[in-house]
Design a protein around this ligand. Structure first.
Ligand SMILES: Nc1ncnc2c1ncn2[C@@H]1O[C@H](COP(=O)(O)OP(=O)(O)OP(=O)(O)O)[C@@H](O)[C@H]1O
Length: 304
């Protein structure tokens, strides 16, 4: 199912231009959405889900125009959303909560609701815990319930906002495996700060910077942004990273720090290495003048 935005712009109350003429076309499959804090990711997701209205521009999901009441209703039926902050009722069991969400989504037949809840519980692997109260769930289990509620109605578009933030490494791995399994036949849009999540689950990726779409291509193409400019450097115990280079990581070694850098002017002794997604992302942002302050210049006066 495809999603298209044309010249999509959102100026929030107070004048913050969170999205600036974004033209985006997603044909299907799983796409990662990256960007610094305040880059506009959540604003974009909230517009796509119909929670927020754009200031200008057009959004269509599977050909339905979100600006029309009929289009909005059709899109809400075909779309599941896991927001950053999902309120779970601690006294409800997972099964009761999913039943409640199904009621909110308009599933009035009790037997159908039960079938929906069972199917989603199985899909996210919570069969053994479905009758426990949500208040006792771990962070990872809560995210599974979050995905399960988004899947009620078997939507063909799934939008997920920073689902692995705060999860421990094992929970994150399990969650990634779950997300990868949901992609078949669905369009999944995953917003995250965790580049590994994108590297592991998303064939395609888009990057927002200060509300502008600065990249949309395959994840491999983002990695290759750093081809020929990624190095490892050990400057010795007293040495620091070379000025002008982006330090992607620094490892403490007995001989002093080892820096992984992205630079077009490698210092003597720098060893070239194969780039990762982190390197590619750093290389992309190097070219962006607003990278030091993602909110630097996108305020404007809004006239009423
Ligand atoms: N309701 C609002 N009212 C006013 N400004 C807002 C509102 N929501 C977001 N903004 C501003 O719009 C910009 C984009 O915010 P948004 O939450 O979309 O970014 P983000 O990329 O999701 O950030 P993060 O990664 O920190 O969640 C920010 O400058 C933010 O402060």
């Amino acid at each position: 199912m495809n999603i298209t935005t044309e010249q999509l712009t959102k100026v929030h109350p107070g004048g913050r231009r969170a999205l600036d003429a974004v033209d985006l076309h997603i044909e299907g499959g799983t796409m990662g959405l990256l960007g610094a804090n305040g880059a506009g990711k959540t604003t974009l997701l909230r517009i796509l889900t119909g929670v927020l209205r754009p200031t200008s521009g057009r959004v269509t999901v599977a050909g339905h125009d979100l600006a029309t009441t009929a289009g909005l209703t059709a899109v809400k039926r075909t779309l599941g959303y896991l927001p950053q902050e999902l309120s779970l009722y601690p006294d409800l069991t997972a099964r009761e909560f999913l039943d409640y969400i199904a009621v909110l989504k308009g599933v009035h037949d009790r037997r159908e609701r039960r079938q929906q809840a069972e199917a989603r519980i199985a899909e996210v692997g919570l069969e053994d815990r479905a009758d426990e109260r949500l208040g006792g769930f771990s962070g990872g289990m809560k995210r599974r319930v979050g995905i399960a509620q988004a899947l009620i109605g078997d939507p063909s578009v799934l939008i997920v906002d920073e689902p692995t933030t705060g999860l421990d490494p094992h929970e994150r791995m399990r969650f990634r495996a779950l997300l990868a399994g949901l992609g078949g036949g669905r369009t999944v849009l995953l917003s995250t700060h965790i580049l590994d999540d994108v590297a592991q689950t998303c064939p395609d990726v888009a990057v927002l910077t200060s509300g502008r779409l600065v990249f949309h291509d395959s994840t491999a193409a983002l990695v290759s942004q750093a081809a020929g400019c990624t190095y490892v450097l050990r400057p010795g115990p007293m040495g620091g990273p070379p000025p002008g280079a982006d330090v992607v990581s620094a490892v403490a070694t007995p001989d002093g720090p080892e820096y992984r850098i992205v630079t077009s002017a490698p210092p003597a002794g720098a060893r070239p290495v194969e780039p990762s997604l982190e390197d590619g992302y750093a290389a992309l942002l190097r070219a962006d003048p607003g990278r030091e302050n993602p909110e630097h210049d996108n305020s404007e006066v809004v006239s009423k």
